[in-house]
Each structure stands twice: as C-alpha cells, then as structure tokens.
Design a protein around this ligand. Structure first.
Ligand SMILES: N[C@@H](CCC(=O)N[C@@H](CS)C(=O)NCC(=O)O)C(=O)O
Length: 314
C-alpha cells in the first residue's frame, strides 16, 4: 500500500521537491524536520531567496535565477500549473511534483506531520520519533497554544492595525511566553524528555525573536536573551544537529525588513544584534533528557548555510 500525504499525493521517493525559503519560519520547520528524519534523498529541496516582489518568491540564489530541478524562476509558476487562476498567496513551504511541475500542497501545518508519518518508510536509520504516539495528544495541545499565541502571536503584534489591537496582541504574546518560560524552567524539552515536533515549531519563532520580532514586530517587553529558561532552551536546540545548522540569520533579516515595506518603509536592514551568544554554553544537559531518544543525531549537513550568515561556524 502506498502512503499518501494528507492532500492525497502518493508518497514516492525522488518524485517531489520541497520548496522552502530559509527566511520563513513555517518553511524552516520543514527544513529542520526533513534533515532530522534524513529525508534528503527521498525529497529534494529548492530554496528561493529571502526577498520577493508582488509576485512573490523567486529562485534568485540559483544559477541563472532558475531552480535547477523545476526549471522555473518563480514559485508562482508551480502554483499556476496546479491552478492557472490560483487566487491565494504564493507561499512557502510548498511541495511540487517534479513529474508535472505543479504544487501538490502548501499546507504548512500538515507537511511536517506528513514527513513524520506518511514518509516513515524513507526515514534514515536512527531518525528520532518527533510525534511519539504516547505523547501525541500533549504535542498537539502544546502546538495549538504555541501556534495561536506565539508563532502567530508575533505576527499579530507586528501587523496590528491599531494601538488597541497591538496592546491586546502584545499582552497575549507575553502571557504565552511567560507560560513557556515557566514550563521550560525544569524541563529540557516542551513535551517529554526528547525533541518533538513541538520543539521544532517553537524553535523557528524563538530563533527569529531578537533579530526580527523584538524590533520589527514591536514584541519588545524582553529580548529572548533576557528570558533565562527560553534563552537556554533556544540555544540548546540551536546547538543540536538539525536545528541551528538550518538557520540563516542574514536571510531572515533581509526577508522581514525588506519585504514588509508597510512597517519598514526605508527597507534598511539592521546590523545587529550580536549573534555570538547562540553558541555559548547553555547548561541544559543538567536537566537530563535525551534529545534523539533511542535514535541518533543526523549526519553532516547536505545543504549548508552560508558560513558568514551564522555564528555556528565561528
Ligand atoms: N502557507 C501558510 C503560511 C506560510 C507563509 O505565510 N509563508 C510566508 C513566508 S513566512 C509566505 O510565503 N508569504 C508569501 C506571500 O504571502 O506572498 C499560509 O497559508 O498561511
């Protein structure tokens, strides 16, 4: 029997291309999970550059400005192959069928779940179980709160259309961050004692917090670096193979500060913050936990981040 992604496309190694911009937090999740599970050979990856125009993502980082497998300049082309009248946003992450050139899904919340479940047969040996059955309800519950209050919460602050809306969004966000700070004080990971999908989902927001959300989105009660448990937790994950080695801080900053002209009309990208803290000792091993459970860390990175865009290489 063939496993199906939730949108009905038959899982088949080598057939699909994941299109995921490093800049985007929702796409970053898929880059992390693909690497943790060792799906690099089964599912290739195309990476648009960090900035885009009104017609959305382009493959401007690739030679000739075209994705080398799909042969397209714009992700829009793959969406229009599926539906020439496609009415919604041209978003990453998206999975494209290389046999037709058409997008099969851009359901960001489902893609990582499918990678864990429907693609299981193609995982590497030693892949961690990011959705352990025994903890599934708890993972889903934490994910729900983290999604509405934190992953989306920072955007609610950043794009608030009135002072009132912003004040409300800000209060909501910090209520959730205080809850997480408390939860992570004595517990190494969000659910159980191993990394799960819940950690992936929180991590991609935390890693963008000080470089982008604190200033650009006005989420500025504290910096992440001022929240001891969250900062230790984020650094722990950052230094865990599969997490920090997918993060391109330069692309992240370019994306938000250049693309959101409504909230940053000058397009100036800030020089800071200093990123050297990300590679400092976090001391979280003292809380116990086994990051990969009965599994093992992923091997060397197949698609390395530009070493000038990350403190990991320093
Ligand atoms: N696909 C999701 C979320 C993914 C998402 O918002 N991605 C952003 C980048 S972080 C994007 O691709 N935006 C491009 C656009 O809207 O033109 C959705 O439909 O809400």
């Amino acid at each position: 029997m063939t496993a199906d992604g939730r949108d009905g496309f038959p899982v088949e190694p080598g057939r699909y291309r994941l299109v995921a911009a490093r800049a985007c937090p929702w796409a970053n999740r898929t880059i992390i999970v693909r690497r943790l599970l060792g799906l690099e050979d089964a599912l290739s990856i195309g990476m648009p550059g960090p900035t885009h125009d009104a017609r959305s993502w382009t493959f401007d980082l690739d030679p000739g400005g075209r994705d080398p497998v799909l042969g397209i300049e714009r992700l829009q082309e793959a969406f229009f192959k599926r539906d020439p009248e496609y009415p919604r946003g041209i978003t990453v992450p998206a999975i494209v069928d290389t046999t037709t050139g058409a997008v099969v899904t851009n359901d960001f919340a489902q893609i990582t779940l499918d990678l864990s479940t429907e693609w299981r047969e193609h995982h590497r040996e030693g892949a961690p179980d990011l959705l352990p059955d025994a903890r599934r309800d708890e993972v889903d519950e934490v994910n729900r709160r983290v999604f509405t209050e934190v992953n989306n919460g920072v955007y609610r602050c950043g794009f608030a259309g009135s002072q009132e809306a912003y004040d409300e969004a800000y209060a909501r966000l910090w209520t959730a961050l205080d809850w997480l700070e408390e939860r992570l004080r004595d517990q190494r990971y969000l659910v159980g004692d191993t990394i799960t999908e819940a950690d992936v989902r929180l991590f991609t927001t935390l890693v963008r917090f000080d470089p982008v959300y604190h200033g650009h989105f006005k989420c500025n009660r504290n910096k992440l670096a001022e929240m001891p448990a969250l900062w230790g937790y984020a650094r722990d994950l950052f230094q865990t193979p599969g997490f920090g080695d997918t993060v391109d801080f330069w692309q992240i900053k370019q994306h938000y500060y250049v693309v959101h002209t409504d909230i940053n009309p000058s397009g100036i990208v800030p020089a800071g913050p200093d990123l050297s803290g990300w590679v400092t000792p976090h001391g979280r091993e003292a809380l116990g936990g086994r990051p990969f459970g009965d599994g093992t860390p992923p091997g060397p990175v197949r698609e390395p981040v530009d070493p000038t865009h990350t403190p990991l290489s320093r």
